[in-house]
Design a binder for this molecule. Structure first.
Ligand SMILES: *Cc1c(COP(=O)(O)O)cnc(C)c1O
Length: 424
């Protein structure tokens, strides 16, 4: 076989035979756009206020880890043959990291998955059966709803108050659990609370929901996508049975990375091993955690999460300063005529939702209409406010040093004054 192949390649053969006709070719001009890719809004050049960006800015260590572990399955050189799973790898120290991650969240077992949404799906699919209910807060991220949908489960929502606080009625978790029991004769498969919601940045009292879940014996999932990794989160104190979070949102890691942390009593169910047997070959895969499809993030993104972990362990201790910065920014923005913070006050998180009748009024007569705010901020080196929005917009001050928070505040005040708005 091999000899034949050698003879063939030596013989003079038109390149088109293999490189031409039978192979799809992409025009060079189109391929050129993929060379030397650049990002417009790099951290060194702009202050990016987009709420989803602030907690995911890499540490220097994580940037270096990306290069070191950039090749394909770079974490898998020392995969132990007897355990044959990502979380068992000792070199690099992935196995230890899983234990440290669990300890940091005061949970028992941890895994890294691709995203918070995947963690939610894994938990829904393993804790319940198709047709079961999950009780969720009505400010949950869309991915919570979709993860439940893919797990073929039904949703029961806990309501929230209206304008301007949009506060969840946490006591209603008990009512909704009762409602599901009354209507189906069965408890919901799980309860989920979004620790801080992505719309208003309201922080919820997770411990209160934890107590309700304990009373009913329903597993409590805390969605800590906007909290774990930026602020202290103690799973046991909050009564969480499962914590899900997002590495690229809140742990200074690259996408895709998600965190799944579990209390011992649910680990067996969520991390159940494969039982499938090939009907003809009798092949089995009993070491693999089937809901994780065996292995998850087997390369650079996981290494970025690990490389940033020492920084993350430290940074959550400075959460108090972060909240102060957010409150300062709100106070400054509210100096602009007709401008107020949405959600509960005072801020307990750095994700801020502002309403501004003033900036909206200015947009009505501006030649760039609603885009003027985006343009004016960008001119001042600030991005991340959604282009076109003035009446309602979101921003996140997380991780900005005080000088930069002041720079942002002054930029807004300047823009408002330029538009002839009152600044108190
Ligand atoms: C951003 C966010 C998610 C999605 O996180 P991924 O890691 O991208 O899946 C899920 N839930 C909440 C509450 C979020 O804010």
């Amino acid at each position: 076989m091999r000899k034949q192949w050698l003879v063939k390649t030596r013989s003079v053969r038109p390149a088109t035979k293999y490189g031409g006709k039978d192979v799809v070719d992409i025009p060079r001009e189109r391929l050129d756009q993929y060379r030397n890719l650049k990002r417009d809004f790099k951290e060194e050049k702009y202050i990016n206020l987009n709420p989803i960006q602030r907690g995911g800015i890499l540490t220097l260590e994580a940037r270096e880890a990306l290069l070191e572990f950039g090749d394909g399955y770079s974490t898998c050189d020392w995969c132990p043959p007897k355990e044959a799973r990502l979380d068992a790898i000792k070199r690099p120290p992935i196995a230890q990291f899983m234990r440290d991650l669990a300890e940091f969240l005061n949970m028992d077992v941890a895994r890294v998955v691709t995203r918070c949404r995947e963690a939610q799906f894994i938990v829904f699919a393993t804790l319940g059966e198709p047709g079961d209910y999950v009780v969720v807060d009505s400010l949950a991220h869309y991915s919570t709803y979709i993860a439940a949908e893919l797990a073929r489960m039904k949703i029961k929502e806990v309501p929230h108050t209206g304008y301007p606080e949009f506060k969840l009625d946490l006591n209603a978790y008990a009512d909704k659990i009762e409602e599901v029991r009354r209507d189906t004769g069965k408890l919901p498969a799980a309860v989920l609370l979004t620790h801080v919601d992505y719309l208003y940045g309201n922080l919820n009292d997770a411990a209160a929901v934890g107590k309700i879940c304990k009373k009913y014996g329903v597993p409590f999932i805390l969605n800590a996508a906007y909290t774990a990794g930026v602020m202290p989160v103690d799973g046991k104190k909050l009564g969480a049975d499962i914590i899900v979070s997002s590495g690229h949102k809140s742990w200074a890691a690259s996408a895709p990375t998600g965190i799944l942390a579990i209390k011992e009593e649910f680990a067996e169910k969520v991390l159940a091993r494969s039982k499938t047997v090939g009907d003809w070959s009798k092949r089995k895969f009993g070491l693999k955690e089937y809901a994780l499809l065996g292995c998850t993030v087997m390369g650079a993104p996981l290494m970025s999460l690990m490389a940033s972990f020492p920084h993350v362990v430290e940074r959550v201790k400075r959460w108090g300063e972060e909240v102060e910065n957010a409150r300062y920014l709100v106070e400054q923005l509210e100096r602009i005529e007709g401008t107020r913070q949405m959600g509960t006050k005072p801020k307990q998180h750095t994700l801020i939702h502002m309403e501004s009748d003033g900036l909206y009024k200015a947009s009505q007569t501006h030649k760039r209409r609603g885009f003027f705010l985006y343009d004016e901020l960008k001119r001042r080196g600030i991005v991340g406010i959604q282009p076109g929005l003035t009446k309602h917009f979101k921003l996140n001050s997380y991780g900005l040093p005080r000088e930069k928070v002041e720079l942002v505040a002054n930029a807004f005040l300047d823009i408002a004054r330029e538009q002839g708005l009152n600044v108190s």
